[in-house]
Structures are given as structure tokens and as C-alpha cells.
Design a protein around this ligand. Sequence first.
Ligand code: AVJ
Length: 344
Amino acid sequence: MSAAASPAASSAVTAQHSLIGRVGSQVDQHVAAAVREGLVRRPKRLPAWLFYDAEGSRLFDEITKLPEYYLTRTERAIFAEHGAEIMARAAGGARLRIAELGAGSAEKTRVLLRAAVERQQRVVYEPIDVSASALDGACQLIECEVPGVTVAPRVMDYTHGDGEQFRLGSVSDGERHLVLYIGSSIGNFEPSEALRLLRRVRAGLQAGDSFLLGVDLVKNENALLDAYDDAAGVTAAFNRNILVRVNSELDANFNPFTFAHCAMWNRAESRIEMHLVSRVAQQVKIAALDLTVDFACGETIHTENSYKYGPGEAEALLEEAGFASDATWTDARQGFAVCLGRAA
Ligand code: AVJ
């Protein structure tokens, strides 16, 4: 269809496409609403959770192995070195049940679970995720790979609402919960949202329970930028994959290569921002939304914030959320911090 087609003809085509889109495959209304809301506003944005379809999750896993992406390996090294001490402090003489916000497919969760098994022979591990599918598979693997672990997955939305949603199962006498929120996942939240999330978690815990938070630290700007703009282009592919996903799920016609991957350090907000910058003036049709989106040359879609914490900031956040800051572990280069908060 040519760009010069009449408005009437073009909207007829749009309507037909949207019909095919709805009949042929189901449109996820949560995705549809987020894309519409994000692309009609100025500046345009798309929420970072949209990255994680199957291909996006695969690309993220690839990112964690890149030489520039120090976060995962640094946190894993902290767990490997201090796992026993982390467990001892969290347990305080009791037995631990370990919950994790976000499905723990990651190898670094296993490092902590091994440290727990070492201490108490058996441990119940409760991965918590908004999506049941994220909890399948990967979590069950942990039972096989770390003998002594029993996996009890729970579907819960801990990112929204008044906190009523976040309730851990009650523990027996002599047991305490340790909730993990690791991997710098908190970095995607604005400071006010991060505080709300931690307060919600705190409200679901009992005195004596604890919370382990992994945060990325402010550091040399080039090291930060490299981690989000790697030489192999994996992060660029991860960023563009959000457009590929919109194409397939909402029957859109983005050409991902007309958008440049851009990572920048926003010093004032202490965050890395990822954007997709339109290289040309263009129009994109999103058939399932019956929406046409105009892009000026150089216009961006803001796809992610990744907040970096300064010294003492994560501890202050824990305290503000109602935890007593118990201990912090970092690597020798102060690249990443793991903070333990206790529900007093
Ligand atoms: C999964 C949110 C921790 O912010 O570093 C990696 C996501 N984005 N590269 C991060 C991400 C680009 C990651 N988190």
C-alpha cells in the first residue's frame, strides 16, 4: 500500500488487519493497553516488562554472559563468597524458607540455595511471579540441581495494589522467611515506586523475617554505558526486540532497523536510560490497536530505566520501607551491592 493512499482506503485496510489479528491470535489486553498508552504519549515510551517474551528472555540471558555486563557475575561472586554469612545472618538461629520475587531461573539463586542447604540440609524455595508460565520449567529444574531444595511456586502480583496481594505462607515455629529481590531488578523502578514495592513486601513479613536486595552501584560512566551498549550488539537486539514483539503480537509494521539503540547515563536521576531512536521520519501502523503512530526523525521511544544506587542509598531505602538495615556485601571494586534488611 502506497503512502499516498487516501485516508479512507488506509483505514479500511487497518480495520481488516485488526480483524485478522483478533481472529488469528489472541491479543493480550495488558500488552495492548501498555503499547497504546505508551505510544500515544509524548515523549513516547514502552514499559521494560515488555522486553521479556521468549526471545527477549533468551537475549537477556545472553546479556548476562557478556564481558561488559558485570552485574550478574559480580552479584554471583558476592553470593559465592558470602553466601554462608548471608544465610547465617538471615536465619539468626532459625530455619529459613527462601522466597524470591521474580522466577529464579538464574544460576545465582542456586548459589544461595546451596548455602542454605549446607546450613540446614533441607530448604523450601518459593519463587513468586506474576506469570505462571515464568514459574514453570526453570524453577522445577532447581529441585534436581540442588538436592535438598523443595520448590513451592506462587503466582502473585507484588508490583501492584495495596499489598493485600503479597502474603507469604505462614511458617512454623523456629522458621523464618528470607525474601530475595536480587539481580538489580529493583533498578527498573522509580525511587517512589521502589519504596512502595518494598513497603508492600515488608507488610507481608513477620518480625524476624528478612529481605535480601541486590542493587547496581553508581560507577564510572563508561563502564555503565558499555554494560548497556555491548560491542556484540546483544543489548541493541534486546532493545529492538520490543518492536519485533509488538509486530507479532499486535500486528504492527515496525522496521526495527530504522530504530537505533541508544543507552545514556542520566546523572541527575542516577539511571541508565535505554531508548530506540527513529532514524527517519516515519509512520508505523499497529493494526490490532487500529492505531497509526508518527515518528519524527530522531524521535525516541524510552524503553527502560535502570537506576544505580550511591553509597548508603539502598540501606536508606530499606530503612524507609520499615526494615532495619542489617548488613551490606559488595565486591572489591564496589560495582554491586547486596543488602540485608530485617523486619524488626
Ligand atoms: C533485568 C532490569 C536488571 O537493568 O540491567 C539489561 C535489564 N537491560 N540490559 C538491567 C537490562 C539492558 C536489567 N535488569
